[in-house]
Design a protein around this ligand. Structure first.
Ligand SMILES: CNc1ncnc2c1ncn2[C@@H]1O[C@H](COP(=O)(O)OP(=O)(O)OP(=O)(O)O)[C@@H](O)[C@H]1O
Length: 198
Protein backbone atom coordinates (compact mmCIF):
# COMPACT_ATOMS: atom_id res chain seq x y z
CA UNK A 1 0.00 0.00 0.00
CA UNK A 2 1.54 3.30 -1.05
CA UNK A 3 1.53 6.49 1.00
CA UNK A 4 -1.66 8.61 0.79
CA UNK A 5 -0.97 11.86 -1.04
CA UNK A 6 -2.00 14.75 1.25
CA UNK A 7 -4.43 17.23 -0.29
CA UNK A 8 -6.09 14.71 -2.61
CA UNK A 9 -9.23 12.76 -1.76
CA UNK A 10 -8.28 9.67 0.29
CA UNK A 11 -11.08 7.54 -1.16
CA UNK A 12 -9.96 8.08 -4.74
CA UNK A 13 -6.54 6.76 -3.73
CA UNK A 14 -7.85 3.45 -2.39
CA UNK A 15 -6.61 0.52 -4.40
CA UNK A 16 -4.61 2.74 -6.72
CA UNK A 17 -1.29 1.71 -8.18
CA UNK A 18 1.61 4.07 -7.58
CA UNK A 19 3.28 4.69 -10.93
CA UNK A 20 6.14 6.84 -9.71
CA UNK A 21 7.23 9.03 -6.87
CA UNK A 22 10.28 11.04 -5.95
CA UNK A 23 11.73 13.57 -3.56
CA UNK A 24 11.05 11.41 -0.49
CA UNK A 25 13.74 13.34 1.38
CA UNK A 26 11.44 16.43 1.32
CA UNK A 27 8.16 17.15 3.12
CA UNK A 28 5.03 17.91 1.10
CA UNK A 29 4.47 21.69 1.14
CA UNK A 30 1.69 23.11 3.30
CA UNK A 31 -1.13 25.16 1.79
CA UNK A 32 -4.13 27.10 3.11
CA UNK A 33 -6.33 27.34 0.06
CA UNK A 34 -6.75 25.77 -3.34
CA UNK A 35 -7.94 27.21 -6.64
CA UNK A 36 -9.66 25.15 -9.30
CA UNK A 37 -8.23 24.94 -12.81
CA UNK A 38 -8.78 22.81 -15.91
CA UNK A 39 -6.52 21.47 -18.62
CA UNK A 40 -7.83 19.78 -21.79
CA UNK A 41 -5.98 17.62 -24.30
CA UNK A 42 -7.23 16.55 -27.73
CA UNK A 43 -5.70 13.31 -29.01
CA UNK A 44 -6.75 12.35 -32.53
CA UNK A 45 -5.29 9.91 -35.00
CA UNK A 46 -1.89 9.51 -33.36
CA UNK A 47 -1.43 13.23 -32.67
CA UNK A 48 -1.96 15.49 -29.66
CA UNK A 49 -2.91 19.16 -29.83
CA UNK A 50 -0.91 21.42 -27.52
CA UNK A 51 -0.88 25.18 -27.22
CA UNK A 52 2.18 27.38 -26.91
CA UNK A 53 1.33 29.78 -24.08
CA UNK A 54 1.88 33.36 -25.18
CA UNK A 55 1.23 35.13 -21.89
CA UNK A 56 0.53 34.72 -18.16
CA UNK A 57 1.26 31.75 -15.95
CA UNK A 58 3.37 29.10 -17.72
CA UNK A 59 4.29 31.52 -20.53
CA UNK A 60 6.50 30.01 -23.30
CA UNK A 61 5.55 26.46 -22.32
CA UNK A 62 3.46 24.02 -24.36
CA UNK A 63 0.41 22.74 -22.51
CA UNK A 64 -3.20 21.68 -22.89
CA UNK A 65 -5.92 24.34 -23.03
CA UNK A 66 -7.36 25.47 -19.72
CA UNK A 67 -7.56 27.99 -16.96
CA UNK A 68 -9.41 28.95 -13.83
CA UNK A 69 -12.89 27.64 -13.03
CA UNK A 70 -15.11 30.72 -12.64
CA UNK A 71 -17.66 31.13 -9.83
CA UNK A 72 -20.93 29.37 -10.71
CA UNK A 73 -19.29 27.12 -13.28
CA UNK A 74 -18.62 23.39 -13.06
CA UNK A 75 -15.16 22.17 -13.88
CA UNK A 76 -16.23 20.57 -17.16
CA UNK A 77 -18.07 23.76 -18.19
CA UNK A 78 -14.89 25.72 -17.51
CA UNK A 79 -12.82 23.20 -19.48
CA UNK A 80 -15.14 23.49 -22.52
CA UNK A 81 -15.20 27.29 -22.28
CA UNK A 82 -11.40 27.52 -22.05
CA UNK A 83 -10.99 25.14 -25.01
CA UNK A 84 -13.18 27.44 -27.11
CA UNK A 85 -11.54 30.66 -25.83
CA UNK A 86 -7.97 29.43 -26.23
CA UNK A 87 -8.15 27.13 -29.28
CA UNK A 88 -11.49 27.95 -30.95
CA UNK A 89 -12.76 24.36 -30.90
CA UNK A 90 -15.53 22.35 -29.24
CA UNK A 91 -15.23 18.86 -27.88
CA UNK A 92 -16.91 16.28 -25.73
CA UNK A 93 -14.42 16.06 -22.87
CA UNK A 94 -13.87 13.13 -20.53
CA UNK A 95 -12.26 13.43 -17.13
CA UNK A 96 -8.75 11.96 -17.25
CA UNK A 97 -7.06 12.91 -14.02
CA UNK A 98 -6.74 15.15 -11.01
CA UNK A 99 -3.59 17.08 -10.44
CA UNK A 100 -2.52 19.00 -7.34
CA UNK A 101 0.32 21.40 -7.96
CA UNK A 102 2.17 23.56 -5.44
CA UNK A 103 4.92 25.99 -6.13
CA UNK A 104 6.94 27.85 -3.53
CA UNK A 105 6.01 31.53 -3.64
CA UNK A 106 2.37 30.98 -4.70
CA UNK A 107 0.19 30.77 -1.60
CA UNK A 108 -2.55 28.56 -3.08
CA UNK A 109 -2.52 25.03 -4.44
CA UNK A 110 -3.58 24.54 -8.07
CA UNK A 111 -6.22 21.81 -8.19
CA UNK A 112 -6.35 20.94 -11.88
CA UNK A 113 -8.96 18.70 -13.48
CA UNK A 114 -7.43 17.17 -16.57
CA UNK A 115 -9.65 16.24 -19.51
CA UNK A 116 -9.11 14.44 -22.77
CA UNK A 117 -11.07 13.92 -25.96
CA UNK A 118 -10.52 11.91 -29.11
CA UNK A 119 -12.52 14.18 -31.41
CA UNK A 120 -13.44 17.83 -31.78
CA UNK A 121 -15.36 20.18 -34.02
CA UNK A 122 -14.08 23.37 -35.58
CA UNK A 123 -10.56 24.32 -36.58
CA UNK A 124 -7.87 25.06 -34.00
CA UNK A 125 -6.87 28.72 -34.27
CA UNK A 126 -4.24 30.92 -32.70
CA UNK A 127 -5.77 33.09 -29.99
CA UNK A 128 -4.55 35.86 -27.74
CA UNK A 129 -3.32 33.31 -25.17
CA UNK A 130 -2.28 30.19 -27.11
CA UNK A 131 -0.80 29.09 -30.41
CA UNK A 132 -1.98 25.54 -31.22
CA UNK A 133 0.34 22.90 -32.70
CA UNK A 134 0.03 19.14 -33.35
CA UNK A 135 2.65 16.68 -32.07
CA UNK A 136 3.01 12.97 -32.81
CA UNK A 137 2.47 10.64 -29.87
CA UNK A 138 4.83 7.87 -30.97
CA UNK A 139 7.76 7.37 -33.31
CA UNK A 140 6.04 4.90 -35.62
CA UNK A 141 3.61 7.24 -37.39
CA UNK A 142 3.44 10.85 -38.54
CA UNK A 143 7.20 11.29 -38.73
CA UNK A 144 6.54 14.60 -40.52
CA UNK A 145 4.97 15.90 -37.28
CA UNK A 146 7.30 16.86 -34.37
CA UNK A 147 7.42 14.74 -31.19
CA UNK A 148 5.91 16.04 -27.94
CA UNK A 149 8.28 18.86 -26.81
CA UNK A 150 8.79 17.76 -23.21
CA UNK A 151 11.81 20.04 -22.89
CA UNK A 152 9.47 23.03 -23.37
CA UNK A 153 6.75 21.81 -21.01
CA UNK A 154 6.28 21.54 -17.25
CA UNK A 155 8.98 19.20 -15.94
CA UNK A 156 6.37 16.83 -14.49
CA UNK A 157 4.35 16.42 -17.70
CA UNK A 158 6.26 13.35 -18.83
CA UNK A 159 5.34 11.59 -15.56
CA UNK A 160 1.61 11.48 -16.37
CA UNK A 161 1.43 11.91 -20.17
CA UNK A 162 1.88 8.14 -20.73
CA UNK A 163 -1.28 7.55 -18.65
CA UNK A 164 -3.20 10.30 -20.45
CA UNK A 165 -2.23 8.84 -23.82
CA UNK A 166 -3.15 5.28 -22.76
CA UNK A 167 -6.55 6.52 -21.54
CA UNK A 168 -5.80 5.51 -17.96
CA UNK A 169 -7.13 7.74 -15.20
CA UNK A 170 -4.72 9.12 -12.68
CA UNK A 171 -4.03 11.41 -9.74
CA UNK A 172 -0.83 13.39 -9.41
CA UNK A 173 0.71 15.73 -6.88
CA UNK A 174 3.79 17.78 -7.70
CA UNK A 175 5.60 20.26 -5.46
CA UNK A 176 7.94 22.69 -7.18
CA UNK A 177 10.44 25.26 -6.01
CA UNK A 178 11.74 28.29 -7.90
CA UNK A 179 15.44 28.45 -8.69
CA UNK A 180 16.07 31.84 -10.22
CA UNK A 181 13.93 31.89 -13.36
CA UNK A 182 13.39 28.13 -13.34
CA UNK A 183 10.57 26.09 -11.84
CA UNK A 184 12.12 22.91 -10.48
CA UNK A 185 10.24 19.72 -9.56
CA UNK A 186 11.12 18.69 -6.00
CA UNK A 187 8.63 16.07 -4.84
CA UNK A 188 5.96 14.10 -6.71
CA UNK A 189 3.68 11.11 -6.69
CA UNK A 190 1.70 9.71 -9.63
CA UNK A 191 -1.01 7.07 -9.16
CA UNK A 192 -3.14 5.28 -11.68
CA UNK A 193 -6.77 5.15 -10.52
CA UNK A 194 -8.34 3.08 -13.30
CA UNK A 195 -7.22 -0.20 -14.67
CA UNK A 196 -9.78 -0.61 -17.41
CA UNK A 197 -7.74 0.49 -20.39
CA UNK A 198 -9.78 0.77 -23.55
C1 LIG B 1 3.27 21.55 -12.88
N1 LIG B 1 2.23 22.50 -13.09
C2 LIG B 1 1.38 22.48 -14.12
N2 LIG B 1 1.42 21.49 -15.02
C3 LIG B 1 0.57 21.49 -16.07
N3 LIG B 1 -0.33 22.45 -16.29
C4 LIG B 1 -0.40 23.44 -15.40
C5 LIG B 1 0.43 23.51 -14.29
N4 LIG B 1 0.13 24.62 -13.59
C6 LIG B 1 -0.86 25.25 -14.23
N5 LIG B 1 -1.18 24.54 -15.33
C7 LIG B 1 -2.17 24.94 -16.33
O1 LIG B 1 -1.78 26.24 -16.76
C8 LIG B 1 -2.92 27.00 -17.10
C9 LIG B 1 -2.90 28.24 -16.24
O2 LIG B 1 -4.07 28.95 -16.46
P1 LIG B 1 -4.12 30.55 -16.50
O3 LIG B 1 -3.64 31.01 -17.80
O4 LIG B 1 -3.47 31.09 -15.27
O5 LIG B 1 -5.66 30.71 -16.36
P2 LIG B 1 -6.68 31.61 -17.18
O6 LIG B 1 -6.68 31.17 -18.63
O7 LIG B 1 -7.97 31.52 -16.47
O8 LIG B 1 -5.92 32.96 -17.02
P3 LIG B 1 -6.26 34.46 -17.30
O9 LIG B 1 -6.87 34.96 -16.03
O10 LIG B 1 -7.19 34.47 -18.50
O11 LIG B 1 -4.90 35.04 -17.57
C10 LIG B 1 -4.13 26.10 -16.83
O12 LIG B 1 -4.45 25.42 -18.03
C11 LIG B 1 -3.57 25.12 -15.83
O13 LIG B 1 -4.28 23.91 -15.85
Amino acid sequence: MSELIPGLDDLSQKGCIEVSSGGSEFEWMKFEQRKLYTNAFIVVDGKILLGYKKRGFGVHKYNGFGGKVDAGETSIQAASRELMEEAGIESSLEHAGTFLFLIAGVEWAFHIDIYRADSYTGTPIETEEMHPHWFRINDEDHLDTPPIPFDKMWESDDLWFPLLLKKRNFIVRTDYIREGERDVLRKWCVKETSFNAS
